[in-house]
Design a protein around this ligand. Structure first.
Ligand code: ATP
Length: 260
């Protein structure tokens, strides 16, 4: 496939009973890109996304992550390898502050072992200081300083989403899978969220794979955009090309895709 794919989906198929949801589909996500996945209802986008994220095992085909075959690995195993999925469920601990929520993310702190905390208190303390500094940097990057000591349960919907984006920055994610970023977020906060995704991509080099129904957001953030229909990839390119492709627009969307 491609020379620097962080995710490489090869000839993947998934059937549910008599229905083929994903049909011998191949696509890739290039390192450093914000790749969007769009298509009409029932096209197979969620199924494909769930296969990549380890939530569904395909009937055939392979998923490569950073060149390694990860087909069938569970989400927590992919997490350890640097594939993070976000926005699907609210993950925050509502009775902890925004800062504490971020500090919870790395799962391999020495302080987590009771024996460690007795035998190596200095190491534990040093690690905690390091994690706290990183969390403060993330808070700073996302401009959440004014709510860092606020309980996560009291944050607005948009701030919670920013916090969740921040969680992906606490570990060195190779790719972040974003589900329906726009769902439940008003236009102003969405603008903030999109700006932060762009900054994470441009300034920090994060790769994103985005599934989203909001075409404006896809058009703003994603290049390339991959179009799926009937379980297959039918097109790939910048949103301007996708919009200009009358055959795709008419056949699969029924009406022209709105311009920004
Ligand atoms: N667990 C399941 N059991 C049975 N059929 C399923 C299951 N999941 C998805 N399907 C079917 O597979 C097809 C593809 O669904 P999928 O949710 O992947 O499409 P989608 O492109 O994400 O659609 P939407 O935009 O509406 O979310 C649909 O016909 C759907 O009804």
């Amino acid at each position: 496939m491609s020379f620097d794919a962080v995710i490489d989906v090869r000839n993947v198929s998934k059937r549910f009973g008599g229905l083929t949801a994903v049909n011998n589909c191949s696509l890739s996500v290039q390192r450093g890109s914000i790749t969007g996945l769009i298509g009409p209802n029932g096209a197979g986008k969620s199924t494909l996304f769930n296969i990549v994220a380890g939530n569904i095992v395909p009937d055939s085909g392979q998923v490569l992550f950073d060149g390694q075959d990860v087909t069938g690995l569970a989400p927590h195993q992919l997490f350890r390898q640097g594939m993070l999925r976000t926005f699907q469920i609210a993950h925050e601990f509502s009775n902890m502050t925004a800062l504490e929520n971020l500090m919870m993310v790395p799962g391999d702190q020495p302080g987590e072992s009771l024996v460690d905390s007795w035998l190596r208190p200095r190491l534990v303390k040093a690690r905690e200081t390091e994690v706290r500094k990183k969390a403060l940097d993330v808070i700073d990057f996302l401009k959440l300083g004014h709510v860092r000591n606020e309980l996560a349960g009291n944050l607005s919907g948009g701030q919670k989403k920013l916090l969740e984006l921040g969680r992906t920055m606490m570990v060195d994610a190779k790719v972040v899978l974003l589900d329906e970023v726009a769902a439940g977020v008003n236009k102003t906060l969405l603008h903030d969220l999109a700006a932060n995704i762009e900054r994470m991509n441009k300034e920090l080099g994060y790769t994103f794979f985005v599934i989203e129904h909001d075409m404006d957001l896809i058009g703003r953030l994603c290049d390339p955009v991959i179009v799926m229909a009937q379980g297959e990839k039918i097109a790939e390119g910048p949103m301007s090309e996708i919009r200009a492709n009358a055959a795709i627009v008419e056949a699969y969307f029924g009406s022209p895709v709105e311009a920004d």
